[in-house]
Design a protein around this ligand. Structure first.
Ligand code: RIB
Ligand code: CA
Length: 329
């Protein structure tokens, strides 16, 4: 039985890898993609979802997300202004150096919030929501109809971090971008499982340069595309953090969703996201409240993670070649 998922995303290079994984995986039925502003502005992220789907010849629909930032609608003091054009980590258009045609025909007239609520109502307790960007759309869904959102099967959200930040030393980008939306979403944590795939675990799942070269050799077409996407991303991580390789945050979230046994240590805790107008804004903070509202993987089995990435994106033959190569190293 295929798993029914909705993927909320702000492509973004690591979003693209996660979308490719979902499109290639035989046991995932993506009911729809919803776009959100984050890595780039909302129109760019919406177009980028269509670019990836168009490349794979997919006819899955894209539902454009909210133009408004949730925090700005609930907090008159919240003032976040980002000039997306200056955001270089994902390259000028959000997909590194990859040049892919967009496909406007894939963009539905229906907005993201309407699509998410209608889909959950159609498939009660069967839909897993995977979020790869700020939680803006999901917060608006909850504000519009909490009872329907309680009928989600689960949420797997890339964001936050217990011991790490990346947009600030304390805050991870997705949650920092719209912090009030995080707290709105975690209200659901009392009713359904929410997995917060934070920086603590995504920074363990680094695809190294051998992995990336292997991808290019084993599948010149797709491998070449992935490497084109990653060039500016790898340069940025090397220059700013002296990390050599691809830290694929969003890919970690969807692989862990499919294979939770990858996670070897998970915190079951209560947390909130700081909305204070100070250095803590966007930080995910553990509380001593007994009510568990989130499950946070803190460690994962990297070798098995990489095997799933290779097999599910490139196929069993590629995995055989990969394991042979590793065994002969
Ligand atoms: O902090 C990492 C997250 O921010 C990822 O989802 C990346 O795509 C960016 O959106
Ligand atoms: Ca993302």
């Amino acid at each position: 039985m295929k798993r029914k998922v909705i993927i909320d995303t702000d492509p973004g290079i690591d979003d693209a890898l996660a979308i490719i994984f979902a499109l290639q995986h035989p046991d995932i039925e993506v009911l729809g993609f919803t776009s959100v502003g984050g890595n780039k502005g909302l129109q760019s992220t919406t177009d980028n979802v269509t670019r990836i789907l168009n490349y794979f010849g997919s006819d899955i629909k894209v539902y454009k997300g909210s133009e408004k930032n949730y925090s700005k609608t609930v907090d008159s003091n919240f003032n976040l202004s980002i000039d997306y054009s200056k955001e270089i980590i994902h390259g000028s258009n959000g997909l590194g150096s990859a040049v892919l045609d967009k496909n406007d025909a894939l963009i539905s007239d229906k907005d993201a919030v309407t699509f998410i609520l209608e889909t959950i109502e159609k498939y009660p307790n069967q839909v897993d929501l995977i979020t790869l960007g700020p939680l803006t759309n999901i917060a608006f869904c909850i504000e519009k109809n909490f009872d329907i959102m309680k009928q989600l099967k689960s949420i797997h959200s890339m964001g936050g971090g217990i011991h790490r930040g990346n947009r600030t030393p304390l805050a991870e980008f997705n949650y920092w971008f719209d912090p009030h939306s995080v707290n709105k979403v975690f209200e659901l944590g009392e009713y359904l499982p929410i997995f917060m795939i934070g920086l603590d675990v995504t920074h363990q799942a680094v695809l190294d340069m051998n992995d990336l070269t292997f991808m290019q050799l084993i599948d010149p077409k797709l491998g070449q595309l992935i490497n084109q996407m990653l060039d500016s991303y790898i340069l940025n991580y090397w220059e700013n953090q002296r990390i050599l390789g691809a830290v694929m945050h969003d890919l970690t979230a969807i692989v862990g969703y499919m294979y939770p046994e990858l996670y070897t240590e998970v915190l079951d805790i209560n947390l909130y996201c700081s909305t204070a107008d100070d250095v803590t804004i966007g930080q995910t903070i553990i509380t001593d409240t007994a009510m568990v509202n989130s499950h946070i993987p803190m460690k994962l089995n990297v070798e098995v993670y990489k095997q799933h990435v290779i097999k599910d994106i490139f196929g069993q033959e590629a995995l055989n070649e990969y394991t042979t190569y590793l065994n002969n190293e």
